[in-house]
Design a protein around this ligand. Structure first.
Ligand code: HEM
Length: 160
């Protein structure tokens, strides 16, 4: 995860745009995950707490355990924004996080829908301030996070 891939201008754009999102992480996280289930409803069954499957995205989005997952996701992104200049310090944590997601049945491919949902949420939050340059900066940052998480995947277990 080379922070060199993000220019200092891109880092500034990310920090500035995240300020608005971080004023209410949960609220914006709900926008992200609502979009994610629209894009890929098949992700819903991966979220089970006490072995109970949700019957609809709405039910999932109102469960306290799932709201906690939303907070967890947003805090990981927040940590990436805080460590823009030294993203490699998060590499080991993210690789382990990837491993955990493989264990619960997530496929690496599903992270692209998460990325699209992240951009959707940012656009909703920022409106016209979500310029092509801001989009490009976020696409790069998210790409680095996914790359680090994917390094935790054991290719032999994929598809099991
Ligand atoms: C395809 C999308 C995803 C699915 C289906 C998914 C699913 C899960 C599940 C089932 C768990 C375990 C239960 C729980 O803690 O709620 C979990 C844990 C977690 N997820 Fe995700 N997740 C996804 C994306 C992400 C992303 C993009 C991030 C961060 C960038 C993330 C961060 C976390 C964290 C921090 C935990 C807690 C890990 C721990 O207990 O140490 N998840 N995820």
């Amino acid at each position: 995860m080379e922070s060199g891939r993000l220019s200092s201008t891109q880092q500034a754009l990310i920090r500035e745009s995240w300020q608005k999102v971080s004023s209410n992480l949960l609220q914006h996280g709900i926008v992200l995950f609502t979009r994610l289930f629209d894009l890929d409803p098949d992700l819903l069954p991966l979220f089970q707490y006490n072995c109970k499957k949700f019957s609809s995205p709405q039910e999932c989005l109102s469960s306290p355990e799932f709201l906690d997952h939303i907070r967890k996701v947003m805090l990981v992104i927040d940590a990436a924004v805080t460590h823009l200049e030294n993203l490699s310090s998060l590499e080991e944590y993210l690789s382990n996080l990837g491993k955990k997601h493989q264990t619960v049945g997530v496929k690496v491919d599903s992270f692209s829908a998460v990325g699209e949902s992240l951009l959707f949420m940012l656009e909703k939050c920022l409106g016209t301030a979500f310029s092509p340059d801001v989009r490009e900066a976020w696409t790069r940052l998210y790409g680095s996070v996914v790359k680090a998480m994917s390094s935790g995947w054991d290719a032999r277990k994929e598809g099991e």
